[in-house]
Design a protein around this ligand. Sequence first.
Ligand code: COA
Length: 329
Amino acid sequence: MKFQGVKLSGTGAYAPEKVVTNDDLAKIVDTSDEWIQTRTGIRERHIAAEGENTSDLAVEAAREALEDANIAAQDLELIIVATLTPDKPFANTGSLVQAKLDNTKAMAFSVEAGCTGFVYIYEIAAGMIASGLYKNALIVGAEKLSSVANWEDRTTCVLFGDGAGAAVLTATAGEENGYLGSNMGSDGNYSDILHIPGGGTSLPITVENYHEGHQFLQMKGQEVFKLAVNAMANSAKSVLEEAGLTVDDIDIVIPHQANVRIINAVGKKIGVPEDKVYINVDRYGNTSAATIPIALRELVEAGRVQKGTKILMVAFGGGLTWGASLIEC
Ligand code: COA
């Protein structure tokens, strides 16, 4: 094994065709466009069609990323999908994506780290490439959160959306390295403030408890809000400090897109000017592991990502999990 550099070679994103506005939601739960926009910044979200699964969203994003990277699916040696909404509890969504891409040689698996999923799998793939074990990796954050949202609970269902974003990471030939540093963390003591309590071994869904709704995503909104702001800000500050950089050295910050108030509070705490902070939660809602790679793709398409552009990605999610990473494109 020989240590090698890592670079971001391609990006892709996909959102299902159907768009659901806040006014549409106001027809099914007691809410309003005004409440949702003021408290969250969300205007609309994409919702997958029936039969359109997480792996289908992932594959659309993956194909775009592979084309962007000019790499054939067959050449991938590593495929990692981050999701909290797998097609099925088992087999893993990474392998399902691999099959749909007609790849027959990659190691493939999925990671459950909630909304931090994409920065976690970026770290995993970058580390596996840097170690010299792999050269071409596909990482995908993909979610069909509409399948775990309780559409009778206005406190959660208005927040989420479906979508996928992907990136291709490759080994660099020389000394060049685009992975500048990271700061990852987790605290399982807070697992019950943002989770899906039922459907696993601790609380199987039965005929008797089905109507209690344990199969849906549940959240203590205000606690999550405070923890998210602190964890994201601390993680971002730490990664900058460890890399010997300041926010002035960073071109773009991509925060996890859960709520525009969380994003603004994090931006303020780390002292980054608003125009460097990318926001698209208004158009997608919270797509969990997919928010950061969708944003990354939009930035590439807008021409804002050039050779040398430094990006700080920072996320927070159920688990609890959090993480920040710094890349140079
Ligand atoms: N429409 C209208 N009213 C709503 C509502 C909705 N969709 N959801 C909640 N409310 C009501 C509540 O019932 C409450 O009413 P009450 O005062 O009569 O009891 C009122 O609005 C205020 O609720 P509260 O929970 O205090 O609002 P908030 O300002 O904390 O905002 C969240 C709620 C969920 C938007 C906010 O806490 C949040 O964003 N938390 C983080 C969530 C998140 O991002 N999770 C994922 C992280 S990865």
